[in-house]
Design a protein around this ligand. Structure first.
Ligand code: S3P
Length: 160
């Protein structure tokens, strides 16, 4: 496989969970971009945002995106913010959008403290802004509320 699978979608859409499961089942390497960034900087995502700000995080995100060469990649929810990232993913991979409604995300992230833009920002506005970006760039879209995890994984296996 020369292309990577990029899992995209809003915070809480299940990119990491689904990515890990597929990689285990298919024995393919997996990377979670946030984890890679945290390891590199030796800091948690909230601390990176607090100490260095979002703009700095976005730069690191792009650097990691361009360096990662593994078959399954869980991106951060904001990967589609920069056109540079969108172009790179389009050229280098297959993009799978895990679509999830805002209500469901609110449900899943109600106790979450690890996502600065969820905790501090206007998350509804962010969601609305990003939806068309996810939709326009996706090669495949899977509705995460319609299917169980196993079914989502089966669908992705079918794509790969
Ligand atoms: C972000 C999403 C997070 C993480 C950071 C910024 C975003 O990743 O990259 O907090 O801008 O939506 P998840 O989508 O894995 O929560």
């Amino acid at each position: 496989m020369t292309k990577s699978i990029y899992l995209i979608g809003f915070m809480g859409s299940g990119k990491t969970t689904i990515g890990k499961k597929i990689s285990r089942e298919l024995q393919l390497d997996f990377a979670d971009m946030d984890e890679v960034i945290e390891k590199r900087l030796n800091k948690s995502i909230p601390m990176i945002f607090k100490d260095k700000g979002e703009a700095y995080f976005r730069i690191q995100e792009t650097v990691v995106l361009k360096q990662l060469k593994v078959p399954i990649i869980a991106t951060g929810g904001g990967i589609i913010e920069r056109s540079e990232n969108r172009i790179f993913m389009k050229e280098n991979g297959i993009i799978i959008y895990l679509r999830t409604s805002f209500t469901e995300i609110q449900n899943r992230l109600k106790d979450d403290n690890e996502r600065p833009l969820w905790v501090n920002g206007d998350s509804k506005k962010l969601y609305k802004k990003r939806i068309p970006l996810y939709e326009n760039i996706a090669d495949f879209t899977i509705d995460t509320e319609k299917y169980r995890k196993e079914e989502i994984i089966k669908k992705i296996k079918g794509i790969i």
